[in-house]
Ligand binder design. Structure first.
Ligand SMILES: Cc1cc2nc3c(=O)[nH]c(=O)nc-3n(C[C@H](O)[C@H](O)[C@H](O)COP(=O)(O)OP(=O)(O)OC[C@H]3O[C@@H](n4cnc5c(N)ncnc54)[C@H](O)[C@@H]3O)c2cc1C
Length: 544
């Protein structure tokens, strides 16, 4: 007999939306299980710009979304200040940009209820000396920078503290439908553990599909068609932080027009390219060249800076106009430009498709995730016949987990303040000492998460600095052997997985200093450890 878990609410997808729903339900006293086929934020939530939108980006194309962003960003700044850097934002036009849009911008902001304040060119260059001297107009807005990993982890940790459960590497692969009180429902969900291949079943009363771009694949398990558009966006991470504010190009939304400071680095992007499937989500070389060219028009330093990583994510966009969505559906028929598709969110109650206990929430943004979770939890609570109110806009988003370790630049402050002299430095790029990794490993073990290099990467700054794991991966693997988290050749598997994943993000950026970095990686890991071989253990065994 296979294991069966009985649970009120099953949430499929561990991105910012799924973890946000788990928190919302847990605070209402409804226990939920989140299953994620990879790890927290493996989808778009871990592959975005990290811009907490003030709404200004959407004032021309989608004023409702703009107003929603303006409201929600203020709430998040209040409940989760530790996950946000309130940098402020600037909109800057350069010579050649559409002057009609520049003139209209303050009116568009006013109509959507989005704050903007005009600045002179002199004032904006004083604020940000790295801006192009070709700047012709500028406005100040209330943009900020958000760490999406931090926010999702805090969501999940707080949910767990209030009774929720989280399973990583578990994929929903099948639904068994049946009837209850004359209504068709999902009776059982088949789940596969991606690490072991083992399957088990869950019998939930409500199933919440929070799988972002994968939403249509999950509804298909219940025989329901949901047409998603896969719009890929690629982003670049610079070695250093280039500006103090979020910098937006003052023009209708286009490619390569946002630079977001993310603590110690800056993130620049993005693009919008239609994909047919989700099999290979990665940046292309052409996109990188185009981005650098566009960015340099606004911030010339983007042409010469060192880039340490590129990555791509897929925006979950819904393509079919649907009258029964709870949030507005201001979609134009999608043409060639996916930027015309609404960035609003969609909540589907699939009782309209004759499956009474399935909900799908998709679309939206990190900025609006809390509201998306609120609407979804309202509907789920109604289906579960639990009278409850949402408290996520009032209760601070904090947990007891060691989440401070994920903040770039934070470790060095803590180290200077708290460390004892014997505490050695494991990661020099991000200044993370040994004691932090020891604390985290213990926490992962106590919270039934896999204590491996990849989990450490998700919960800390491991592998995220300029060396992209060259030195920290080795040192932390050594620590994991010392502390008996690893045995035999497991360390090699851990390092291979981490570096292979990290290399995907370095591959399109192999010029200048980052090329030298990659050469060093290759020399160390291929010549000393044989990681370029199919099975380096065989060779190590031969050598004894
Ligand atoms: C390039 C880019 C830039 C962006 N920039 C910003 C920005 O600056 N600011 C902003 O506010 N928003 C931004 N967004 C939008 C934002 O990232 C997304 O709207 C948001 O992260 C979606 O979160 P989600 O949890 O709904 O989906 P996801 O984060 O995609 O999570 C879905 C999860 O479901 C899991 N999953 C899928 N199928 C299954 C299954 N069968 N079983 C179990 N698990 C499954 C996936 O592994 C994934 O982790 C950006 C998006 C992109 C792509």
């Amino acid at each position: 007999m296979k294991k069966i878990l009985d649970i009120p609410a099953l949430i499929i997808g561990g991105g910012v939306t799924g973890t946000g729903i788990a928190r919302d339900l847990a605070l209402r006293g409804i226990s939920a299980l989140v299953i994620e086929m990879g790890n927290i934020n493996d989808g778009a939530s871990g592959r975005n710009h990290g811009l907490l939108h003030s709404g200004a980006r959407y004032v021309g194309s989608d004023p409702d979304s703009a107003a929603e962003c303006a409201r929600e960003s203020q709430i998040l700044k209040k409940i989760a200040p530790h996950c946000i850097e309130d940098t402020g934002g600037l909109y800057v036009a350069v010579k050649g940009d559409d002057e009609a849009y520049v003139a209209d911008f303050p009116n568009l902001c006013k109509r959507a209820g989005v704050f903007c304040q005009p600045l002179s060119v002199h004032q904006v260059l004083e604020l940000e000396p790295g801006l192009s001297k070709d700047a012709i107009a500028a406005f100040k807005v209330k943009d900020a920078s958000v760490d999406p990993f931090h926010i999702s982890l805090e969501n999940m940790n707080q949910a767990i503290e209030h009774g929720a459960t989280y399973y990583s590497n578990c994929k929903a692969i099948g639904f068994s439908l049946g009837t209850m009180s004359g209504k068709k429902i999902i009776k059982k969900v088949k789940v596969q553990n991606n690490l072991t291949g083992a399957c088990f079943y869950i019998t939930p009363r409500v199933v919440i599909n929070a799988t972002g771009a994968w939403a249509g694949m999950v509804t298909a398990l219940a025989g329901i068609h949901l047409d998603m558009i896969y719009s890929k966006g690629s982003l670049l991470v610079t070695h250093n932080r280039l500006t103090t504010h979020v910098i937006n190009r003052l023009r209708p939304a286009a490619d390569g027009d946002i630079l977001v400071p993310g603590r110690t680095v800056s993130i620049f992007g993005t693009t919008s390219i239609r994909l047919d499937n989700l099999d290979a989500i990665k940046p292309d070389f052409n996109e990188i060249d185009f981005l650098v060219d566009q960015g340099a028009q606004m911030v010339p330093g983007l042409e010469t800076t060192r880039y340490i990583r590129a990555y791509a994510g897929v925006r979950p966009l819904v393509s079919n106009r649907d009258e029964s969505t709870i949030d507005k559906a201001t979609i134009d028929e999608p043409g060639e430009d996916d930027r015309a598709v609404s960035r609003g969110f969609y909540l589907f109650d699939h009782s309209r498709d004759d499956v009474d206990n399935l909900l799908t929430i998709t679309g939206g943004k990190v900025t609006t995730y809390r509201l998306m979770a609120e609407k979804t939890a309202d509907l789920a609570a109604k289906k579960l016949k639990v009278a409850s109110v949402c408290t996520t806009a009032q209760i601070p988003l904090t947990s007891k987990a060691p989440s401070k370790l994920i903040e770039a630049g934070m470790s060095v402050k803590l180290w200077a303040r708290e460390s004892d002299p014997g505490d050695s430095m494991m990661c020099e790029c991000e200044m993370v000492p040994k004691s932090h990794f020891k604390e985290l490993l213990l926490w992962l073990k106590q919270n039934r998460e896999t204590a491996d290099l990849n989990s450490l990467r998700i919960h800390s700054r491991l592998g995220k600095g300029a060396c992209q794991g060259t030195f920290c991966s080795l040192r932390v693997t050594g620590l994991m052997y010392d502390e008996a988290y690893l045995k035999g050749s497991q360390g090699l598997d851990n390092i291979r997985f981490l570096l292979t994943e990290r290399f995907k993000g370095q591959k399109p950026l192999l010029w200048g200093s980052q090329l030298a970095q990659a050469e060093l990686n290759e020399a160390m890991f291929c010549s000393f450890f044989g990681l370029d071989m199919a099975d380096p253990r065989a060779d190590l065994d031969k050598k004894g």
